[in-house]
Design a protein around this ligand. Sequence first.
Ligand code: ADP
Ligand code: MG
Length: 238
Amino acid sequence: RLAAKKITTGSRNLDALLGGGIETRMITEFFGEYGSGKTQICHQLAVNVQLPPEQGGLGARAVYIDTEGTFRWERIENMAKRWGLDPDKVMENIYYVRAINSDHQMAIVEELFDLVPKQNIKLVIVDSITSHFRAEYPGRERLAERQQKLNRHLHQLMRLAELYDIAIVITNQVMARPDVVWGDPTQAVGGHVLYHAPGIRVQLRKARGNKRIARIVDAPHLPENETVFVITDQGIMD
Ligand code: ADP
Ligand code: MG
């Protein structure tokens, strides 16, 4: 097995929690309540993958599949300036696609098998992986159908990760419930989507002010630790 490459999150704490950063050949899932920082982390990674390796990047491009319309170029600009990068160049190196439904979302991933190797892409983001599936397959009756389709989607993303040695980052919104035990994936509403698939799951939680808590959930090769990072105008940091 080739050694995985790693992308910095911008936070040393979060990097340490992840064993050095976001890994290639792997799906990393960020799940948590609304406002917990999933989309901000995605923006930051789309910038950071472009950094040279000595600064924690892979000197490569990103694909950003946005299913909720929450992507903001101005956030990319600010995050690029933080590293002294030219914001225009950084924006050119992000392939932004708005997925309008789950079929479109899956079709985009199919097209990536052609695009990724040609365009020096080392990171594919899907923010969020579940929103269209939830909206299109509501209720318990359609749960099996939804899960089957979602599993096919995840399988394609995993193939992409392994075939081209790239990192895949997905997000999943999970409702905050006071009666749910923090950190127990079986109790989270909807659970995280990677529960039965290989990958790293990171649960995010809001704390005081701009602080956020991240916790690794059932990773075979990482300790079940948690850590704190902050979201500022400049991005994700300690
Ligand atoms: P999620 O995707 O998990 O629902 P987000 O990643 O969109 O959550 O996080 C939203 C939060 O990020 C906001 O509540 C705010 O705290 C922080 N945030 C967003 N933009 C900025 C900014 N320009 N400056 C500082 N904090 C910001
Ligand atoms: Mg979001």
